[in-house]
Design a binder for this molecule. Structure first.
Ligand code: DAK
Length: 259
């Protein structure tokens, strides 16, 4: 039987799917096979109408300790170019539905870059986040200089990228890298609770709002506001907008159908 590198459970809460990285002995090091499996699983759930929100986790000791160093160690620049792993990561970046990371323990290198592909992050108190690539004679290559700097600013990003030293969960919260820090016993539960809350919202509004927030990372303000406005207008074409406003006017809870 195939040994799955990513375990998938659908409907762990209504409308919520859970994906678990499953290379515990290697601290969930992200090899090519795991990344391909993860991309395929995420894309399938993104297309599945019964799923509204996805949660990505590892285990208490490690979310992921980075890309697989054993697999990369003998590669040439041309090997890396031919493998073109960036297209896999790019496909994860293009997911339409919200993806929430539930992390604990080591969140290093590519592991943290993967977390930065997620939309929100719940962390356990034992989380250690770092970009240690500099220790290996390389540098971050999947967003660890660009997304990280946009998220926490130049000074803090420089320190993480140039020293390679990990930071604890409290500091990560102060810097805005995680939404919430909770005891290790409940970080997954907390992430599932957040996912379930978002799964109750109008799916098309969630999708277009996620898309617009992500554009703020790429666009200048006036381009971003124009993009926001178009998505805002578009939502007035949905049945869920009528349902949400009718429910408010008639003092009843809304029931959103994603139409
Ligand atoms: N790769 C492969 N195996 C790893 C690993 C990794 N990143 N991290 C840990 N392991 C394996 C260890 O080799 C060990 O396996 P055995 O020797 O038992 O077979 C097992 O996991 C347990 O690790 P340790 O014995 O080292 O455990 P400790 O508790 O003593 O230490 C540690 C935990 C996390 C401090 C240590 O394992 C460590 O420093 N790991 C390396 C962390 C690291 O440098 N990460 C950054 C890797 S570079 C790209 C996208 C992304 C990237 C590159 C390209 N493209 C899109 C092209 C990303 C690059 C990186 O992440």
């Amino acid at each position: 039987m195939k040994n799955h590198l990513v375990l998938v459970e659908n409907q762990v809460r209504p409308g919520v799917a859970l994906l678990r990285l499953n290379r515990p002995k290697e601290l969930n090091a992200l090899n090519l096979e795991l990344m391909a499996e993860l991309r395929d699983a995420l894309q399938a759930l993104d297309q599945d109408p019964t799923v509204r929100v996805m949660v990505l986790t590892g285990n208490d000791k490690a979310f992921a300790a980075g890309a697989d160093i054993h697999q990369m160690s003998d590669k040439s620049a041309i090997d890396m170019l031919r493998i073109d792993q960036f297209s896999t990561w790019e496909q994860i970046r293009r997911l339409k539905k919200p993806l929430i990371a539930a992390v604990s323990g080591f969140v290093l290198g590519g592991g943290h870059e993967l977390v930065m592909h997620c939309d929100m992050v719940i962390a356990s108190e034992s989380t250690r986040i770092g970009q240690p690539e500099i220790m290996l004679g390389i540098m971050p290559g999947a967003g660890g200089t660009q997304r990280l700097t946009r998220q926490i600013g130049k000074i803090a990003a420089m320190e993480m990228v140039l020293t390679g030293k990990p930071i604890g969960a409290g500091r990560a919260y102060e810097l805005g890298l995680v939404n919430k820090v909770v005891p290790v016993e409940i970080y997954l539960e907390e992430a599932l609770k957040l996912a379930a809350e978002i799964a109750e919202k109008a799916p098309l509004a969630v999708r277009l709002a996620k898309e617009a927030v992500l554009k703020a990372q790429d666009f200048g303000l006036s381009e971003g506001l124009e993009f926001e406005r178009k998505n805002f207008y578009l939502l007035f074409a949905t049945q869920d907008q009528k349902e949400g406003m009718d429910a408010f006017v008639n003092k009843r809870p809304p029931s959103f159908q994603g139409q």
